[in-house]
Each structure stands twice: as structure tokens, then as C-alpha cells.
Write a protein that binds this ligand. Structure first.
Ligand code: HEC
Ligand code: HEC
Ligand code: HEC
Length: 325
């Protein structure tokens, strides 16, 4: 009896699938995803699931794993594991964001098993051919997948330091980027303070461009006085409603610009950045710099030779070839 009901339910579900069509552009239903995932995880033998990773995430191992990931995985998973690639978005089921708890909560053994065996009926290929396994590549890939989420110890310290000093929020030094924050001082929660990392990318970049671009307020003079900062602008609003960048005509060498439109003066990073493909694709100043300070040159999040390679590695699909971005 129970079986009959289950069979009928399956039949109805099958009919529903057929009526929805089989396009891979669609998002699989919740039930489809849950069933497929449970089946996949159950198929991983217990001892494989509990196996410990023989490697530790030293900088050398991570570097090697990263190169292999860019070479073999990034076409689908993206250089940062987000899955936001042309291939990743059009596979069925879609490529998951490897940074999220869904993946990160799997054991090391489970992740390795998935990498070695692939996932049947999905775009995820298996990589267990003997040549790929030279040097324990799949275990190293597991460490790389983990590193997509985990902060380095330095980053962790910095985050803790910023959070611990959060009682200063509301002081002028934080206000420029986090908003007025008087309510936040009364009730410190994430909900009542602006975090540029969580707003739309134009407003996010405006947080930095408010100071990193010479220009003039839209109405100048204001009450008889001339200002050279965006009077009235507050983070979270659109800078262009308050601020006009210095004008420039292509081909002309001026006090502020080179003929090709790039900066001829200091503190013009904003002018250059808004002309770049990075800006149009949602990269922000703080994707690369940590405005709270780091030990690296120019407050870079990582040393320069590592940072740029996150997007421009030798085998990365990103890079100056705009068409493939
Ligand atoms: C052709 C595209 C493609 C390539 C190349 C690829 N993957 Fe995947 N990957 C997928 C898809 C699709 C899934 C989702 C499978 C599913 O829905 O269960 C996936 C799933 C995964 C998962 C499981 C995530 C989870 O939460 O279920 C891991 C881990 C993973 N891939 C790692 C890798 C690694 C490491 C490489 C390179 C060695 C790689 N993948 C190469 C498409 C790809
Ligand atoms: C020059 C701009 C700037 C200034 C000044 C600034 N911050 Fe930030 N802050 C950011 C940006 C951008 C982010 C989001 C990206 C990141 O984490 O780096 C952020 C994130 C944070 C976070 C993490 C919030 C979260 O939800 O994870 C904390 C905590 C923080 N800032 C505290 C402070 C404090 C306290 C001050 C003043 C002492 C301050 N910040 C001054 C730009 C700034
Ligand atoms: C309140 C104004 C203000 C804001 C807002 C601001 N900056 Fe700055 N920033 C400055 C000034 C002033 C300097 C020093 C410029 C100089 O030395 O020519 C500077 C310098 C820097 C430097 C160079 C540091 C070095 O060590 O050479 C970086 C990188 C930087 N800012 C990134 C950012 C980022 C990213 C944001 C947005 C999250 C941001 N800034 C927002 C005013 C600001």
C-alpha cells in the first residue's frame, strides 16, 4: 500500500517534470535537488567519507592546488569558486557556489570523493585518472576548496580587530564609509550600519570614489562658498547625484588627465576605475584593497604577486580578453 502511494507520487512527479520540459536553462526543483544530492552523498562509502586529508594548507600546497583548479575547474566553477561562469550558469543542475556552507559542511573525504568520481547525471566530471592523481592532487583540491571560504590567520586577526573596535563606529573615521551610525552605537547590530560589501556595486564603489576622484559638487558655489568634496553625499546613495567628475575630452592633455583619459594627478583612482571593465563587472576597490589597513603595500589584501593572479592567472579564463569575462 505504502509502495503504491509512493509509486503514484513518483508518477505524478514524473508527469510534472515532463510538463515543465527538459531545458537545462531552468533551475531544478527543490525536490529534484534534494533527491539527487541525498543519492549522491549516500553513494559515498563511510570509510571514504571519514578519511583524513594527509596534506596541510601550506602556501606551497595551496599555490599548486590553485593552479590546478584554474586549469581544470575554473571554466565551470570560476576562479573564486562562485560558479558565476558562462558554462556554470547554463549547466543543469547549475554549478554550486563552493564557498557556501552547503559545500563547506561536507567532510574532506566527501569533497575528495566528489572530485575523484564526479557526479552522475550532472556536468561535474570525475578526475580519478591515474595521471591526475600524481601527487595527491584531489586532496590538495580539497584544501583549495576549503581556502575559498577560510580566512588566513592574518585576515582573521584583522577582522577581529575591526569588529572589536566597532564601538568607535559613529566616529568621523568610520562614518565616511559606514554611515552616521548613531543608532548603531545604541544597538550595535549589522542591520543598522552600512557595509559597502553588501550594497549594489555602483554605490559600493562610490564609498571609495567620494574621496578618490577630483571633481566638484553639482551645485557650486553653495551659499556663496566653493567646495571640493561631495557636499551632502552619504554612503549608500549615488555619488553622481552630488558630484561631477572633472571633465575631459579624449585626445587632450590637461591638468587632470592624460590624452587617453587616465589620471594625470593624485587621488584619481575613481576616475580611472569607472572606465575599466573591472568596474562594469562589479569588482570594487575593496575587492583588492582593505581600507582598514593590511601589512601589504598599498593596503592590498594579499601581496601584489598573488592578488592579481586571482583573476589573471596563466590559465584563467578571465584576463584582458573582455569577450570571455
Ligand atoms: C564541466 C563543468 C565542471 C568542471 C570542469 C568541474 N566541475 Fe565541479 N561541479 C560541476 C557541477 C555541475 C557540480 C554540481 C553537481 C551536483 O549538482 O551535484 C559540481 C560540483 C562540485 C563539487 C560539490 C559541491 C557541492 O556542494 O555539492 C565540488 C567539491 C566540485 N564540483 C569541485 C570541482 C573541482 C575541484 C574541479 C576540478 C578538478 C571541478 N569541480 C571541475 C561542474 C564542474
Ligand atoms: C575607507 C573606508 C572605510 C573606513 C574609514 C572604515 N571602514 Fe569598515 N569597512 C569598509 C568596507 C569597504 C567594508 C566591507 C569590505 C571589507 O570587509 O573589507 C568594511 C567592513 C567592516 C566590518 C565588517 C562588517 C561585517 O558585517 O562583516 C567592520 C566590523 C568594520 N568595517 C568596522 C569599521 C570601524 C570600526 C571603522 C572605524 C574605526 C571602519 N570600519 C572604518 C570600509 C571602511
Ligand atoms: C574620507 C576620504 C576617503 C575615503 C572614503 C577613502 N579613501 Fe582611500 N585614501 C584617502 C586619502 C586622503 C589617501 C591618501 C592619498 C595620498 O597619499 O595621496 C588614501 C589612500 C588610499 C590608498 C593608498 C594607501 C597606501 O598605502 O598607499 C588605498 C589603497 C585606498 N586609499 C583605498 C581606499 C578604498 C578601497 C576605499 C573605499 C573602501 C577608500 N580608500 C576610501 C581618502 C579616502
Amino acid at each position: 500500500m505504502l509502495c503504491d502511494v509512493a509509486l503514484m507520487a513518483l508518477g505524478l512527479y514524473g508527469a510534472h517534470l515532463i510538463s515543465r520540459g527538459f531545458s537545462t536553462a531552468e533551475e531544478p526543483s527543490y525536490l529534484e535537488k534534494a533527491v539527487a544530492r541525498a543519492a549522491r552523498n549516500l553513494s559515498i562509502p563511510r570509510n571514504a567519507r571519514l578519511e583524513a586529508n594527509p596534506w596541510s594548507p601550506t602556501p606551497e600546497v595551496l599555490k599548486e592546488a590553485r593552479e590546478s583548479f584554474l586549469d581544470r575547474c575554473a571554466t565551470c566553477h570560476g576562479p573564486d569558486g562562485s560558479g558565476q561562469t558562462r558554462v556554470g550558469r547554463s549547466l543543469y543542475p547549475k554549478v554550486p557556489d563552493l564557498r557556501l556552507p552547503r559545500t563547506q559542511n561536507l567532510t574532506d573525504g566527501e569533497i575528495r570523493c566528489i572530485i575523484r568520481n564526479g557526479v552522475r547525471l550532472t556536468g561535474m566530471p570525475g578526475w580519478a585518472n591515474p595521471h591526475d592523481e600524481q601527487g595527491d592532487d584531489s586532496w590538495k583540491q580539497v584544501l583549495f576548496v576549503r581556502s575559498l571560504r577560510q580566512l588566513t590567520s592574518v585576515e582573521r586577526e584583522q577582522q577581529a580587530a575591526a569588529a572589536n573596535s566597532a564601538h568607535y563606529v559613529g566616529s568621523p573615521s568610520c562614518r565616511k564609509c559606514h554611515g552616521p551610525g548613531s543608532e548603531h552605537v545604541q544597538h550595535p547590530t549589522r542591520g543598522n550600519i552600512l557595509n559597502a560589501a553588501r550594497v549594489e556595486y555602483v554605490q559600493a564603489s562610490d564609498t571609495c570614489i567620494q574621496c578618490h576622484s577630483p571633481g566638484r559638487p553639482l551645485t557650486n558655489p553653495i551659499e556663496g562658498r566653493y567646495y571640493d568634496w561631495p557636499v551632502g553625499y552619504q554612503v549608500g546613495s549615488n555619488l553622481r547625484d552630488f558630484w561631477q567628475l572633472e571633465e575631459h575630452t579624449l585626445g587632450e592633455m590637461t591638468f587632470t588627465h592624460y590624452p587617453d583619459g587616465t589620471a594625470h594627478k593624485n587621488r584619481m583612482q575613481g576616475n580611472d576605475f569607472v572606465q575599466s571593465v573591472m568596474y562594469r563587472r562589479g569588482v570594487t576597490g575593496f575587492s583588492c584593497h582593505d581600507a582598514h589597513g593590511t601589512e601589504h603595500n598599498a593596503q592590498l589584501r594579499k601581496p601584489a604577486d598573488q592578488l592579481c593572479l586571482d583573476c589573471y592567472g596563466p590559465l584563467s579564463m578571465n584576463g584582458p580578453r573582455t569577450g570571455t569575462l
